[in-house]
Design a protein around this ligand. Sequence first.
Ligand SMILES: [Zn+2]
Length: 125
Amino acid sequence: MKADAKEIDQGDPEGHDLDPLDGGESVGSMDSDITRSYNELEKHYYDKLLSMNKEHLCFLQRDPRFHKETMCNVCQRVFGKTRHLLQHVTDKVKSGSDDEENHKELLHELVLAFTSMSTNCYELP
Ligand SMILES: [Zn+2]
C-alpha cells in the first residue's frame, strides 16, 4: 500500500509575528503601586456607592454640580439630581433584573469618575 503522500500546507502561515509598533504609544509606565491603590480605591468606591453610603455621598448634596438633571444612559430616564440617578442605578444592580448588567456598567463608569475625581484632588499642587 502506498499512502505516504505527505501534504504540507504552506498556504496559510499561522501566527506570523508582524509587529508594526513604531508609533509613539507608551503604555505601562505607570507605577504599579499607584495602579494598585487606584484599583483599591475603585473597589472601595464601588462598595460604598452600591450601598449608598451616606458619608461617601454627602458631597453630592453639597456640590451644586450634582444638582443638575442627569439621565440614565441605560433606560433614558431623567433624574433631577446625580444622587437620584445613583439610587436608581444601585437599585437596578441589586434587583437582578434584565438590565442589571447594563446598569452595572453604568455604575462602574460612575465609580471611575469618582475615583479619578478624588485622585485628581490629591494631585493638586
Ligand atoms: Zn436605568
